[in-house]
Design a protein around this ligand. Structure first.
Ligand SMILES: Cc1cc2nc3c(=O)[nH]c(=O)nc-3n(C[C@H](O)[C@H](O)[C@H](O)COP(=O)(O)OP(=O)(O)OC[C@H]3O[C@@H](n4cnc5c(N)ncnc54)[C@H](O)[C@@H]3O)c2cc1C
Length: 436
């Protein structure tokens, strides 16, 4: 997670560090409101920070940084309706664990459970599955502190314009103190991982996207793909989890070996193709069954740089083929697999999944190797098909070229003008992507 050290506050990826004027850990919504009013008196900007897993500068501030880790845990739960209210600083790991005890699950499960609920929804965090939009679509109510230091409730009935925009807010509309989520009855997942051939990908995709959840990893410089398919089972289905030894092996041994392989290709980039072919062999076919969140989510062991683009589902084959073509022409050597996931359309103004069935294409680069050339090439390909960047990952976009791909961009800016006219929650990132 993000850390506060001698160089100031630094995000998990180590891509950005900043020394805020003040750092506070408020322990109630009223204390958050007090801090916002105090910052206004001192003419300082304010930024809430979650767990610091965004790899860009979205959470950075030289003003007042508020860490909401004390606003954590379930505040209220109705097991009958599945409506659960949690403190904004609750990590997804705590939330998944506590929901399971209540017989509930989140519908959308991303790969990272160390993120906070507020940070995850603010950046449009998503999982995978053709029937499931991103996590913010599960939000039914928000409590937030506005730039005026006022504690407001919002929902589809109360302050509806603010609610619509604040589900994916980029941290620009206020400091969320509590989130009410629509959860669903707890479920188990049966997961099958199997290799496939890149050249059969369209056929594989047509089969896989009918499953509840699926993703695949394509290893650049090879024709190999690893597919991961997850099928929902009732909560009382017999579990066959990864053995502890297997979990330890995956996390520690494969993590360390993968890190070693990356170091090797950093020194000798020419061996990357061989390294990738070895990696595909180290991931054999296997299956296991476990509580949904245990199957999907982890904490991210190997440090990397990442970019992820949301593109229309129908553009996937074009994007991957263009990327394969660019890799062959450019000579760029990439060890990390390209990860592909799928989500349903949603109706949230700044959600990258707004209004369209979306394929998410995530690219990664080892933190000791340069990433700009690769990421710029991916971005150029994604822009050709109206791609929208993940708000919490690296990208090079700005307001002028983001506005045309978000039909409700101006409506979002209008809500921001109403609730934060002086840009109390502004920072460099927001100036770039929102234009002021
Ligand atoms: C290893 C790894 C795996 C990942 N896997 C996925 C994945 O599967 N799917 C996916 O979509 N993303 C994924 N991500 C991206 C990640 O989910 C997002 O970057 C998310 O924002 C991280 O949450 P955080 O708590 O660390 O937020 P931070 O990075 O700390 O903050 C992000 C933004 O949220 C704002 N914010 C935080 N708290 C509040 C609040 N209380 N009120 C208002 N705004 C607030 C901050 O101001 C900032 O603008 C992954 C990242 C990593 C490093």
């Amino acid at each position: 997670m993000g850390k506060y050290g001698t160089a100031g506050w630094r995000n998990w990826a180590g891509t950005y560090a900043v020394t805020p004027a003040r750092l506070y850990h408020p322990s109630s919504p009223d204390e958050v409101a007090d801090e916002v009013r105090r910052a206004a008196e001192d003419e300082l900007s304010v930024k809430p920070v979650g767990a610091g897993y965004s790899s860009n500068d979205i959470a950075m501030t030289r003003g007042v940084m508020l860490n909401l880790s004390k606003l954590s845990g379930i505040i209220e739960a109705d097991e009958r309706t599945g409506l659960v209210t949690v403190g904004a600083g609750t990590t997804l790991r705590e939330l998944n664990r506590d929901l399971w005890k209540l017989g509930l699950s989140l519908s959308c499960l991303g790969n990272l459970d160390a993120a906070t609920i507020a940070g995850a929804i603010a950046t449009g965090t998503h999982g995978t599955g053709r029937r499931f939009p991103g996590l913010a679509s599960q939000v039914r109510r928000l409590q937030l502190v506005t730039a005026a230091g006022e504690l407001l409730e919002c929902s589809a009935e109360q302050n509806p314009e603010l609610f619509a925009a604040a589900r994916v807010s980029l941290g620009a509309l206020g400091i969320i103190t509590a989130v009410t989520l629509q959860c669903e009855p707890a479920f188990v997942l049966h997961s099958v991982e199997a290799p496939a051939d890149y050249d059969d990908l369209l056929e594989v995709l047509a089969r896989l996207e009918l499953k509840d959840h699926f993703e695949f990893l394509w290893f650049p410089h090879t024709r190999r793909v690893l597919t991961k398919v997850q099928t929902r089972l009732p909560v009382n289905a017999p579990l066959q989890p990864k053995s502890r030894a297997r979990g330890w092996y995956d996390d520690k041994v494969l993590g360390t070996v993968f890190s070693g392989m990356n170091r090797l290709s950093s020194t000798w980039p020419g061996v990357t193709g061989k390294v990738n072919r070895m990696a595909t062999k180290a991931l054999p076919e296997r299956s296991y069954t476990d509580q949904a969140h245990r199957i999907v989510s982890g904490s991210g062991r190997v440090v990397f740089r990442q970019m992820e683009y949301a593109v229309p589902r129908t553009s996937l084959a074009h994007v991957l083929d263009s990327l394969d073509d660019w890799l062959q022409r450019s000579g760029e050597q990439i060890t990390f697999p390209v990860e592909v996931r799928l989500t349903a359309a949603d109706n949230i103004p700044l959600s990258p999944g707004f209004g369209r069935e979306t394929c998410w294409i995530a690219v990664h680069q080892y933190h000791r190797r340069p990433h700009d050339r690769y990421f710029l090439a991916v971005e150029a390909i994604a822009r050709e098909v109206d791609g929208r960047p993940h708000w919490g990952k690296l990208h090079y976009r700005s307001a002028e070229d983001l506005a045309p791909v978000y039909p409700l961009f101006d409506e979002f800016l209008a809500v921001r003008d109403t609730y934060d006219p002086d840009r109390r929650f502004g920072n460099d990132y927001l100036r770039r992507v929102l234009g002021s």
